[in-house]
Design a protein around this ligand. Structure first.
Ligand code: PLP
Length: 415
């Protein structure tokens, strides 16, 4: 696999090789996005009223088929009819090393730096177990991805939120003084850096990562860098892995990544970590291994190899082009709708929409607004689970014509 071949190739207006325009029918095909709508007691949106189909715009998976190279790799492996005990192959490690190098500029990565994690959140749970004690606080930013809140709470630790702040241009930024004060006051030893950022869509710039790294170095904090969204960067933004920011960052960071957001493989489970510091590596592993639930699945391994390939790279380049177009459409709509407000995402396929003004002007609650949207099949997610008091989170990983249809239905509800 040549390095050159998996660099970014998509250009505006380029002929599309892959199908991002057919809406998948996911009903009956193991899809929480459509099958859990309206289930009582859950966190899913309500089901649509009769006469409307559901347009899935909530849980973080995509309404696109995965890359053909992923399906091909799984089928080829499945055709060999034996699935006994196995070891992660050289092709698996090579695929990760090559992908990280060509897509993200990571140098010096070797197989012994890479390990399996049973989900990125599984990796976070292991890090909590390895580097904190029960009751300890773990630094996160807010708005916060609900998976972090749940994973940290379930381990008997507590999330300590350092609020992101909007600058004069409306860009979400970290507050380094606030981070520093909280780390000191709460005696925090572990922090989560979500990069790119779910749900606010930031792709952190180099100086921002450097400032954060300085804070963590000053207080000797171990960092979990969740870079699961790193391949889904829109337009000109550029993802920089946190561990590449400085020598110090390289030695205090546990990077968690996966092909699952990139290639729509969340149901396969197959995340990995990158840890350069042997001491951190050992402690993380002692924790992960103690559960006996932290082993790679052979089909997930082949899925990753199929994704992290030149064909997979070409698919991602087209995908990000479509995601950028969809995000721009949705943000144009939000900008044109009085009372709605959102920062344009630089990465991910999520838009975090502030509905405070709209609700205040109309005398409606966020529950009423969400219900009205869900009734017409626009299944956006309640922002309160991400600490957005009057917000919705909108997933735009759908065929563009479906995003347009959703925006039309939204316009009717909001009018
Ligand atoms: C920032 C972030 N981390 C982790 C996850 C979940 O990762 P996994 O399914 O590998 O546990 C998600 C899913 O939405 C996410 O947005």
């Amino acid at each position: 696999m040549g390095d050159m071949t998996i660099r970014r190739t998509a250009r505006k207006g380029r002929h599309m090789q892959f199908d991002f325009e057919t809406m998948l029918d996911r009903v009956g095909k193991d899809a929480m996005a459509v099958e859990s709508l309206g289930m009582p007691g859950g966190f899913a949106p309500g089901a649509p009223k009769e006469g409307y189909d559901a347009i899935p715009m909530w849980v973080a998976d995509m309404n696109f088929p995965t890359a053909p190279s992923v399906v091909k790799a799984i089928i080829e492996r499945a055709q060999h009819p034996a699935f006994g005990y196995f070891m992660p192959s050289k092709a698996y490690y090579d695929a990760i090393i090559n992908w990280q190098k060509t897509r993200h500029g990571v140098e010096g990565l070797e197989p012994h730096h890479i390990g399996y994690q049973n989900g990125v959140l599984g990796g976070l749970a292991s890090a909590c177990g390895a580097f904190t004690a029960p009751g300890d606080k773990v630094l996160v930013h807010s708005p916060t991805y609900i998976g972090f809140t749940n994973a940290i709470n379930r381990c008997g630790r507590q999330p300590e939120c350092s609020p992101l702040v909007r600058d004069e241009k409306g860009v979400w930024r970290m507050d380094y003084d606030d981070m520093s004060q909280r780390i000191e006051r709460e005696k925090i030893g572990l922090a989560v850096m979500c990069s790119p950022y779910n749900p606010c869509g930031r792709v952190w710039e180099k100086w921002e990562l450097e400032r954060a790294a300085e804070v963590f170095a000053e207080h000797d904090v171990v960092v979990v860098a969740d870079e699961i969204w790193s391949d889904l960067v829109l337009g000109d933004a550029k993802h920089m892995p946190f561990h590449t920011v400085s020598d110090d960052a390289r030695m205090r960071t546990i990077t968690l990544n996966a092909p699952s957001k990139t290639f729509n493989l969340a149901g396969l489970i197959g995340s990995y970590d990158i840890v350069f510091n042997p001491r951190l590596h050992e402690r993380l592993y002692a924790q992960g291994n103690s559960s006996y639930y932290n082993d790679l699945n052979v089909l997930s391994m082949h899925a990753l190899i199929g994704g992290y390939s030149p064909e997979g790279a070409a698919w991602v380049d087209e995908l990000t082009h479509v995601l950028a177009r969809n995000a721009a459409l949705a943000c144009d709509f939000i900008d044109a709708t009085p009372g709605l407000e959102a920062a344009r995402p630089q990465g991910t396929y999520m838009i975090f929409v502030d509905c405070t003004e709209w609700c205040a002007k109309r005398g409606r609650t966020i529950d009423e607004l969400e219900q009205a949207l869900w009734d017409v099949g626009v299944t956006v997610q309640d922002g309160r689970m991400f600490h957005g008091p009057c917000h919705i989170r909108m997933n735009v990983a759908l065929p563009t014509h479906k995003v347009k249809e959703a925006l039309e239905r939204m316009a009717d509800v909001l009018a």
